[in-house]
Design a binder for this molecule. Sequence first.
Ligand SMILES: Cc1cc2nc3c(=O)[nH]c(=O)nc-3n(C[C@H](O)[C@H](O)[C@H](O)COP(=O)(O)OP(=O)(O)OC[C@H]3O[C@@H](n4cnc5c(N)ncnc54)[C@H](O)[C@@H]3O)c2cc1C
Length: 563
Amino acid sequence: MSRNPREESVAVIGSGVSGLITAYTLIRDGFENVEILTKDAHVGGIWARDRIYPGLFLNNVHGEYRLSPLKMPPPVSGGDRLSGYDMNKYFETFASQFLEGKIQFNLDVHNIRRPASGQGWLLDISDLKSGIQETREYARLVMCTGGSSNPRIPKELSPEAAAAAGFKGLVMHTVDFARKIDVLLAHAAPAESGPDTPSVVVIGGGKSAQDVCAYLANEGKKVTLVCHNLDPFTAGPKPLPEFLRKSRLLSLFSPHIHLRTASERFLHTTWVGKKIVDFMWNGLADSSFKAMNIPADSPLRNTVSPFWHVRVNDEGVPRPNGFHPLAVAGKIEVLSPAHVAGFSEDGGSVSLEDGRAVRASVLVLATGYTSSWSPLFEENTIEELGLKPHLAQPNPEHHWDYTTLSDAPPLHPDAKKWSFSLYRGLVPAKNIHRRDFAVNGACISLNNGYTVEVASHWISSYFLSDPMRIAQTPEEAFKETERDAAWLKRRYPEVPTALNASLTGYLAFWTWPQHVDDLLEDMGLPVMRGGGNGLTWPFHVIDLKEIEHLKEERDAKRAEISS
Ligand SMILES: Cc1cc2nc3c(=O)[nH]c(=O)nc-3n(C[C@H](O)[C@H](O)[C@H](O)COP(=O)(O)OP(=O)(O)OC[C@H]3O[C@@H](n4cnc5c(N)ncnc54)[C@H](O)[C@@H]3O)c2cc1C
């Protein structure tokens, strides 16, 4: 390898938000040969034009999912929630404004491996349009392949299981929803048909399931949602003031691996603090149910806890054509808690674990995703890089005496068994010393744009060997990632992070500001950028201006240290 990393090639795999901002930052930092490779035909990743559909909305507050170089216009459709179309337009504009000629489409990357020299990377690439196969070599790789491309399909609900049971309807995963919308509508019966008419049965309680149900109900179709539980949401009768909704306030009510401020220490380590924290989360859930007029005995109240989970939808002021109002009005049937055990023998229904059967013309699986990494690497590369989950090794030194964590739900069996070693959610611990491989977008955050943008600077500094606070050896990095893994199990015990690490390599979620501050601190840059004093900082409205000069700040830091 030559000594100047800027002259060496970098492949950024993926053209979603993570890939776009990573490439942008590397190019601005002077990397001369950056290529974005994507198997998609258009930019945007999950917000690409052929993956979005009517009824798909962003679940973040406006302004909480954007990048500092480009302002996010208000939603085209009015209201305060951005649609899939708004998001798509934003990323297409970003790409045409800043990354013209840098993105190569329709390229499926696979078989990533080291060349015989052991330096850099070989990638097998199939051109999905021409069918041409080639192998390319790059000095560095950034994986921005996301965690929402490869569908997770339970065996008992797969198209094969449907065929074996003689099910006559259509079975599809939400990943194909936009592409198959017309076929789906053709199979779906009108809402007003009788009780024996089959429904479109949507399985899952997350955002995709809710969006699909709302879309079908708005199209006048008969739809039934079946799920163990639903994602929680926030809503209010009128928009909350920005200093509550768009500030770091909620992050204060969630504990982080370390507690930087006196207010966090008070809230999470004292008895009174815990009472305040519980009151806040319970109050938020109750007032959101009230804002949606959800009756006390409704299955819509069967939500996971917003405190212990990394799932929440910001609904803002309820929209009459949104999921909850439609379900309250009886336009979406909701069966929860319920578990679909498989297809019935009559060829026209699915059977629930409790013995009930639900007539179905279409089964839409909103059952989540598996890691995007496994199909990309040769087995020994995954092993060598350390991208494989390993058996958890509990360490009594890893403990946190936080009062707010005292009544945690039980640890998920897979979380108990497995751990993962992605340093800061960005670099496999085992490869940290080689500075030729990183990941962006594998961290769940409530403010995805801000988080992936700061992470892109961290990655660039790491490739440039800038002076940073960073583990120097795989052993040191492993020690830290083991502590992080123990923390994530303590903080989100029901989330098995290691099994879809391309999505859940790190869980920042409510405490994304604290996580981002850790990354900034690694780069030697100022933290708590919202400003204010010890009391007022949680109320300052988050503004992407806070990070728009990170490149210049890093340049200055580099110059200061080398002079
Ligand atoms: C329906 C849906 C709604 C969502 N809504 C929200 C939301 O409201 N708020 C939120 O914060 N998050 C949401 N998410 C999570 C979402 O995945 C992330 O917010 C974000 O889009 C991830 O961006 P990314 O760039 O990391 O990955 P993605 O957007 O998934 O992009 C991955 C890229 O990698 C490419 N790729 C993958 N494998 C290969 C390969 N083998 N070869 C070449 N290219 C490859 C893909 O083509 C794509 O370009 C949602 C996810 C889904 C599925």
